[in-house]
Design a protein around this ligand. Structure first.
Ligand code: F3S
Length: 535
């Protein structure tokens, strides 16, 4: 096979390359590139050569490449002053891997089960003074709400209640420090960078104080903060306050704007489609009743709402492109991408391939129904990335958005204040969200039916015709497993996950009576690492 270089986009300007066209609207530019050159094509940002890869096969090559070949740290340099030197993406590879693993227990199955009620409680608290009718800026509301929910679930009691106002100020100053200038001059003496650095120092002081206070308490907290205090590197050493601070801030940043933007779009899209909204509300009332308690188990069964969220993420993925530096030549089909270039993929472009998602601009949550499964081709739907670097917070994000709407939609009706076409994505932000102002009007719903708890077991809602199946086999793609351990909760006879998140399959050919449990493990694994093959 002859070795080819990726085709190049015409129209590069001297010095600037394609910077102006890309900067004006990165999404449109990448769509144009795919239309013109196909699944792989090169463009230039100043002197830097960038290769865009889109579509399932190209996405798979991008996401499955090892870190030594495609390095993601370079893309995160902008965050080093915020997360801290030597923390996660600024740490050497072996340390980074260990630090990321230490964050995993927070997102494992067991703690996740406690988050649903916490989140629903925060929504209730934030809406308690709304009254009968009113108007809100939806994005602002979701940003505030997700900061409360993440700080509650991750940072714990002290930050959420005792230090709430100070934490809001600190977070604001850190957030304002995310500026493209920081790629090149991260410590320029600008007021915005000074405030960012003061905020980073202050939050580390607070973390240090809390660690000391907690050490003297007999009762142990169970939040992410405590898990990091108790975590150990492979050599037995603990994390410093500097590292704990960076990792907690990193975890909150990762989920904040992404979740707030997605939750806002869910409501905007639903407001445009009353028919879909009606079916989602019916599903929620079946599961929870008009005023029932929001539980983890019920949220998992909210399939219509889940499809709505997936479809929202298909049309409005918060990260419209992901970028890596090529450290060793990367081969894709008969193309070679040389070391030194940057390679990127675009969820937003890949999600609009009509051969995979017919009528791609139409909001159609039924695409994911069992009879259609338009996302079944691996690496076609990549809103959370893919491969070993798939966003490990994806299950938390899904749970959070489901819990938010399980409360909001059962208690309020919503309508858009402006014409539907006014609600557009803002491509000037690094994390793409709806443009502000993003106004919606709410009205308190009349109390409706009594709680009609659907007491159906999951076995009933997800029937498997076991009579026709003679045997089954468990397959795991270890490249995708991140140690979430949901599989162990669902089928402990088959899956075992140790404290470090290492999965062992106890039985590859389990007996027939475990099929239902195995299917549940397959369904709820957040990274889709499990495949159950039936015969
Ligand atoms: Fe791995 Fe999925 Fe189980 S990530 S530990 S296979 S739930």
């Amino acid at each position: 096979m002859t070795e080819k270089v990726p085709p190049k986009m015409p129209g590069a300007l001297p010095l600037l390359g394609h910077m102006l066209q890309f900067g004006k609207n990165p999404f449109q530019y990448m769509m144009k590139l795919r239309e013109k050159l196909g699944e792989i094509g090169e463009f230039r940002m100043f002197h830097q050569e960038m290769v865009l890869m889109t579509g399932p096969e190209a996405n798979e090559a991008f996401f499955r490449a090892p870190d030594e070949q495609l390095d993601q740290s370079a893309a995160y340099k902008i965050m080093t002053p915020i997360f801290g030197k030597g923390v996660v993406f600024d740490a050497p590879q072996h340390k980074k891997d260990q630090q990321l693993k230490m964050l995993m227990p927070v997102l494992r199955d067991k703690p996740m089960r406690t988050y649903a009620q916490v989140i629903a409680g925060e929504v209730e608290e934030m809406t308690k003074d709304w009254g009968e009718v009113g108007e809100i800026d939806l994005l602002e509301f979701m940003k505030q709400l997700t900061i409360y929910t993440s700080s509650h679930c991750l940072l714990g009691h002290e930050f959420r209640y005792e230090l709430n106002e100070e934490f809001s100020r600190i977070y604001h100053d850190l957030e304002k420090g995310i500026n493209p200038l920081a790629f090149v001059f991260p410590y320029l003496p600008l007021p915005v960078f000074r405030r960012r650095d003061r905020a980073r120092v202050r939050i580390e002081e607070l973390v240090t104080e809390i660690i000391a206070k907690r050490a003297n308490k007999s009762e142990k907290s169970e939040d992410a903060f405590q898990m990091l205090i108790d975590a150990r590197y492979d050599d037995g050493s603990s994390l410093s306050a500097h590292e704990i601070t960076g990792m907690l801030v990193g975890a909150i940043f990762a989920g904040h704007h992404t979740t707030a933007g997605t939750a806002s779009w869910v409501l905007i899209e639903l407001s445009k489609r009353p028919d879909i909204l009606k079916s989602v509300i019916e599903e929620l009332e079946d599961l929870f009743g008009a005023d029932g308690e929001v539980t983890f188990q019920d949220l998992r069964q909210a399939n219509k709402l889940e499809n709505v969220i997936k479809e929202t993420l298909r049309l409005h993925p918060p990260l419209i492109f992901l970028i890596r530096k090529v450290m060793k030549d990367l081969k894709f089909k008969d193309y070679t991408i040389k070391a030194g270039k940057y390679v990127c993929t675009s969820p937003r472009v890949s999600h609009r391939i009509p051969e995979i998602f017919p009528n791609p601009e139409v909001f159609d949550p039924d695409r994911y129904n069992p009879d259609r499964q338009e996302d079944k081709i691996p690496f076609s739907w990549i809103a959370f990335g893919g491969g070993r670097h798939k966003c490990s917070g994806n299950a938390f994000a899904m749970l959070q958005i489901k819990a938010i709407f399980s409360f909001l939609l059962r208690n309020y009706t919503f309508e858009l204040v402006s014409q539907p076409e006014v609600y557009q994505d803002d491509f000037e932000q690094m994390v793409v969200q709806p443009k502000e102002p993003c106004l919606v009007r709410y009205r308190k719903r009349e109390a409706t039916a009594e709680k009609v708890a659907s007491q159906q077991s999951e076995a009933k809602t997800q029937p498997v015709s076991e009579q026709t199946i003679k045997s089954f086999q468990v397959r795991v793609d270890y490249d995708l497993c991140q140690g979430h351990a949901t599989c162990m909760t669902e089928a402990p006879e088959i899956f075992q996950v140790d404290d470090k998140g290492i999965l062992t399959v106890l039985q590859e050919n389990p007996p027939q009576e475990l099929l239902q449990k195995a299917k549940m493990a397959e369904k709820y694994c957040p990274t889709k690492a499990i495949k159950i093959e039936t015969k």
